[in-house]
Design a protein around this ligand. Structure first.
Ligand SMILES: *Cc1c(COP(=O)(O)O)cnc(C)c1O
Length: 398
C-alpha cells in the first residue's frame, strides 16, 4: 500500500480474502481496469484474454444483466445500454446507412417516433410510419431500399396489438429486418425471436428493472454480426450503462417474473371492474372481451396479457380528469410504466398533447382517457381507489 506523508491512501487495497463468496453480485463502479503488462492489455484487446479495460467499453455489472436478458429472450451476446432510447438508437443508427429506408409503427414510443421523423432524415435515412396492425398498410410502405421495420407489439396508450405473424412473414419474404421493441410485453408474455423477429429492444427502465430507479436499455440481434455492430456503435456513441444502474436492475429483475404475473392478473381484474363501472365509458385491455384485437392478443400473448389498462371516464372533461388524479390516493400521476406502484398517465396532457385535437380524438384520446400501469397493490385495494376517484370525477363534472 502506498501512503502519502500524512498517511492517506490513494488507491484502495484489494478486498480482504474470504474462503466463502458473496451471494449477491458485488457492485463494481470502477471506470478503469488495470492490466499487468502491455502484452496482456494487447491480448485483452485482441480478445485472447478476457478482461475489462474502460467502463464505456463494458463492465461486469452490465454483463451480468445482459446475460440474464439473453436467457429470457433466447438470445446471445445482447448489449446493455444507458437507456431504452439508447437501445432504439443502436438498432436504427448502428445498423442503417444513408440511402436506407425504415418503416416504423405509427404508434411507437414518442421518442422513437421523433428519432424517425427528425433525426434519421438528417443522416439520409428515409422513414415512413404505418399502422402495425394493418399488414396491407405496412406492405404498401415497403420500397426496394427498405432495410428495417420497427414495431411494438402492444401500442401506447390504446393497447392495440400489432399483426406480428403477418409482419414476420412479410419481413422474411422481402429480406427486411424486423425489430421489435418488447418493452410493454416483456419476454414473459412474448419472445420476439420465437416469432420471427431479427432484433429485440427493451427499455429495461420499465417492467424489467421495475422500481423506477434506473434508466437502462437492451438490444440484441439474432445475427451476432449485427449485434456486434450495435455494440461498437453503443461504445463509440457513449450509450453505455452505469454500473450502479446495472446493479439495481439485476436486483429488480430477481423478482421480475413474480411482479409481472401479479401485475398482469391484477390488470385483468381491474379491466373487468372498470368495464362494469357506470362512470366508465370504455376500457381497453388486450385480453378483454371488448378489445378489438382480443383474438390476436390471445394468439400472441396466451393467457399473459400485460400490466397496462386504459379507460375513459364517461363524459370526462379536463375538470373531471383533474378531480380523478387528485382523488386517486396513493397512485402516482407520473409518465412512466412498470413500477411496483400503480401509475396513471393522461395522454391528452402529456404524450399526445402535441397532436392536433382531431387526430387525438381519432385515436379515442379524449380528456377523460387515462392509461394505467398496474403495480403490486391488492386488486381489491386498487378497485376501491378507482371507485373513489371515479366518483370524485363524476361529481366534479355535475
Ligand atoms: C420508455 C420506453 C422507451 C424508452 O426507454 P427509456 O429507458 O425511457 O429511454 C422505449 N420504448 C418503449 C415502448 C417505452 O415504453
Amino acid at each position: 500500500m502506498i501512503r502519502n506523508a500524512k498517511g492517506s491512501v490513494i488507491r484502495p487495497e484489494p478486498l480482504p480474502e474470504s474462503a466463502s463468496h458473496p451471494v449477491v453480485t458485488p457492485l463494481s463502479p470502477s471506470v478503469v481496469y488495470a492490466s499487468e503488462t502491455p502484452d496482456m492489455l494487447d491480448a485483452q484487446y485482441d480478445g485472447d484474454l478476457q478482461g475489462y479495460t474502460y467502463g464505456r467499453e463494458g463492465q461486469p455489472n452490465a454483463d451480468v444483466v445482459a446475460r440474464r436478458l439473453d436467457a429470457m429472450e433466447g438470445a446471445t451476446g445482447g448489449v446493455l445500454t444507458g437507456s431504452g432510447m439508447a437501445a432504439v438508437s443502436c438498432a436504427l443508427m448502428g445498423l442503417l446507412r444513408a440511402g436506407d429506408h425504415v418503416i416504423g409503427g405509427s404508434t411507437l414510443y414518442g421518442r422513437s417516433l421523433r428519432l424517425m421523423a427528425e433525426d434519421l432524415p438528417r443522416f439520409g435515412i428515409d422513414t415512413t410510419l404505418a399502422d402495425p396492425g394493418d399488414l396491407d398498410a405496412v406492405a404498401a410502405a415497403i420500397r426496394p431500399e427498405t432495410r428495417m421495420i420497427l414495431v411494438e407489439v402492444v401500442s401506447n396508450p390504446t393497447l392495440r396489438v400489432a399483426d406480428m405473424q403477418g409482419l414476420a412473414r412479410l419481413c422474411a419474404e422481402r429480406g427486411i429486418l424486423l425489430a421489435v421493441d418488447n418493452t410493454f410485453t416483456t419476454p414473459r408474455a412474448y419472445q420476439p425471436f420465437a416469432h420471427g423477429a431479427d432484433i429485440v429492444i427493451h427499455s429495461v427502465t420499465k417492467l424489467l428493472a421495475g422500481h423506477s430507479d434506473v434508466l437502462l436499455g437492451y438490444v440484441v440481434a439474432r445475427d451476432p454480426a449485427l449485434t456486434e455492430r450495435m455494440r461498437v456503435f453503443a461504445v463509440t456513441a457513449g450509450l453505455s450503462p452505469s454500473p450502479f444502474d446495472s446493479w439495481l436492475a439485476e436486483r429488480g429483475m430477481l423478482s421480475f417474473d413474480l411482479r409481472f404475473d401479479r401485475a398482469q392478473a391484477t390488470a385483468a381484474a381491474l379491466a373487468d371492474h372498470l368495464a362494469a363501472h357506470p362512470g366508465v365509458a370504455r376500457v381497453l385491455y388486450p385480453l378483454h372481451d371488448s378489445h378489438p384485437d382480443q383474438a390476436r392478443a390471445r394468439a400472441l400473448l396466451g393467457a399473459q396479457g400485460c400490466n397496462m389498462v386504459s379507460f375513459e371516464l364517461l363524459g370526462g372533461d379536463r375538470a373531471s380528469a383533474n378531480a380523478f388524479t387528485r382523488a386517486a390516493d396513493g397512485l402516482s400521476f407520473a409518465p412512466t410504466l412498470g413500477d411496483v406502484g400503480t401509475t396513471l398517465s393522461h395522454p391528452a396532457s402529456s404524450s399526445h398533447r402535441g397532436l392536433p385535437e382531431a387526430d387525438r380524438l381519432a385515436l379515442g384520446i379524449t380528456e377523460g382517457f387515462f392509461r394505467v400501469s398496474v403495480g403490486l397493490e391488492d386488486a381489491d385495494t386498487l378497485k376501491g381507489i378507482f371507485d373513489h376517484a371515479i366518483s370524485a370525477a363524476t361529481s366534479e363534472r355535475r
